[in-house]
Design a protein around this ligand. Structure first.
Ligand code: GLP
Length: 533
């Protein structure tokens, strides 16, 4: 079962109508299974206006309604015949002879049921079945305890249904105690099913529907055996989650976020064959996730530039790709796309080391230096691509280390782990009796962790390297403090697993009047930020 979480009832109605419209436009001779109740009314309103404006045509459509009270006169304003005329049939160009509602006036309900079932079959079966859900989980009038194999049949209504539906009648005693309804087996034969739910009075039953159980006690859960069911519900009718996607050059991380907690996360290898392959990969994972977690929106972090919604990335097959548009078309979800470093900064600001503050600068120390600027809990974009924290010059006449960005002497050239390693290699070569040099030769390379190991082993040279590195880092930190006066600066990146050492040394070289903290979400910051955008 796929779940679409909508903001409110209006959106549920619109989304449901769009699915019906797609059905009619792709197959004008469609057979629709229709529902009554208050929930589908908004969908019918949308269909009526789509029909009036020529967007959809009912002239070849056949319809079968799920149910009808028994006994009831057609002209009773509480009959489902009356309801359907009122809300749809009299307002669109459907042929009256093509509409079917079980006959609540019949003297022979069994015969009516058999005939109804036969008519559905003779029409070729239902292409798209629309369903509402009762507060006790009934669909049509298949009440809890219903027979799984039942076809169209006469059924007794439970007290709770009579009570719930009495709101439409003058008094409870006026509600018929029986109904003719399509059975579970008739409903499950439909090729596609959409189930609509809105309002907090449906929340409990929708949560059961979202759980693992399949039980006749909640007839709607039986729909889970059908291969093509979409639950369209609003936020008041379900617990919902946000999906954060952090696309990296080697792996894509997915995180299902409930408020400020990641409740489910995993990663897959990035498919870099083409932008289409990569987008389809994300859509496929979204479809898997939404079977278990109702998702209300998707946020995506991507390593690259995003200008006017177009993504270009040197690490991914995106070149002016409208990722937001393509993903929302394919998933039907609201989608936001953001630079991955900005996402990580936002994640840290909203749910991590910066969550007590509003104005945050995050500096990510890695192969390069990245980061994000968060002002009043929002990403600062400038004209679109602000936040390149690694690319302001700290040494204007440094022509030895030109930066790919076009400047020379960029902060990144001094504060990245790449710069730290270069510095350490130089110091090691100049001090061949040091532990740092020994580790360098043993491993034929140096990296952040080896430098820290030498430092932990009491190596004076490693200590000097780190002092020099932190001195350079502090120049950028102090400059950023002066420009933005943030509430906090958060450092992230692999090297900050030894944040204790960095912070200690930083306090020796810089007197800062704001706190500097180490990222608490680590490599999950990106999925948090993407989801919480
Ligand atoms: C009735 C109908 C159902 C419908 C249910 C929920 O009992 N037989 O098909 O789903 O009501 O109605 P509502 O949408 O008003 O909550």
């Amino acid at each position: 079962m796929r779940v679409i979480v909508c903001e409110n009832y209006k959106e549920v109605s619109k989304r449901a109508a769009e699915i019906v419209a797609d059905q009619l436009n792709s197959k004008p001779y469609s057979v629709l299974g229709l529902a009554t109740g208050s929930t589908p009314i908004g969908m019918y309103e949308n269909l009526v206006s789509m029909n009036k404006s020529g967007k959809i045509d009912f002239s070849s459509v056949k319809s079968f309604n799920l149910d009808e009270y028994y006994p009831i006169k057609r002209d009773n304003d509480q009959s489902y015949h009356y309801f359907m005329n009122e809300h749809l049939f009299s307002k669109v160009n459907i042929k009256p002879e093509n509409t079917h509602v079980p006959n609540g006036e019949t003297d022979d309900p069994q015969k009516e049921c058999d005939l109804y079932e036969e008519l559905i079959e003779r029409s070729g079966g239902i292409d798209l079945q629309v369903l509402g859900i009762g507060q006790n989980g009934h669909i049509g009038f298949n009440e809890p305890g219903t027979n799984l194999c039942a076809k169209t049949h006469l059924t007794d209504l439970t007290d709770s249904t009579i009570e719930a539906n009495s709101r439409f009648f003058e008094k409870k005693e006026d509600v018929p105690t029986q109904a003719i309804t399509m059975g579970i087996s008739s409903i499950l034969k439909a090729k596609k099913i959409i189930l609509l739910a809105s309002g907090s009075n449906k929340k409990q039953v929708v949560e059961e529907l979202m759980s693992d159980s399949i039980t006749t006690n909640n007839p709607a859960t039986l729909l889970k055996v059908h291969p093509d069911v979409i639950l369209i519900c609003d936020k008041s009718a379900c617990s919902y989650y946000d999906l954060g996607v952090d696309i990296g050059g080697t792996a894509i991380k997915f995180g299902v976020v409930d408020g400020n907690n990641v409740v489910h996360k995993y990663k897959v290898d990035t498919n870099k064959d083409s932008s289409e392959a990569l987008i389809n990969q994300i859509v496929k994972e979204y479809e898997k996730i939404t079977k278990e977690y109702p998702i209300s929106k998707i946020g995506v972090g991507v390593p690259g530039r995003i200008i006017n919604s177009l993504v270009s990335s040197s690490n991914l097959p995106f070149d002016n790709t409208n990722l937001k548009q393509e993903l929302s078309l394919k998933t039907g979800m609201p989608v936001k796309v953001e630079n991955d470093a900005n996402c990580a900064a936002l994640g840290e600001a909203l749910a991590g080391a910066g969550k007590e503050y509003k104005n945050i600068i995050m500096i990510t120390l890695g192969t390069g230096v990245g980061g994000g600027i968060i002002i009043k809990n929002k990403i600062y974009h400038g004209r679109g691509d602000a936040g390149e924290i690694g690319h302001f010059a700290v040494n204007y006449d440094d022509d030895k280390t030109p930066c790919p960005c076009g400047l020379t002497g960029c902060f990144e050239q001094y504060a990245s782990v790449t710069a730290l390693v270069k510095l350490a290699e130089k110091y090691a070569n100049d001090n061949k009796d040091s532990l740092l040099y020994k580790l360098y030769k043993e491993n034929s390379k140096l990296d952040g962790m080896l430098i820290m190991s030498a430092y932990d082993g009491g190596c004076r040279i490693a200590d000097e390297v780190l002092n020099e590195y932190v001195k350079r880092l502090s120049v950028g930190i102090l400059s950023l403090r002066n420009i933005f006066s943030p509430d906090v600066i958060v450092l992230s990146g692999g090297i900050t697993s030894r944040g204790d050492v960095l912070l200690q040394k930083l306090s020796n070289v810089a007197s800062l009047d704001i706190p500097v903290k180490i990222s608490s979400l680590k490599s999950d910051a990106g999925i948090y930020g993407a989801a919480l955008m």
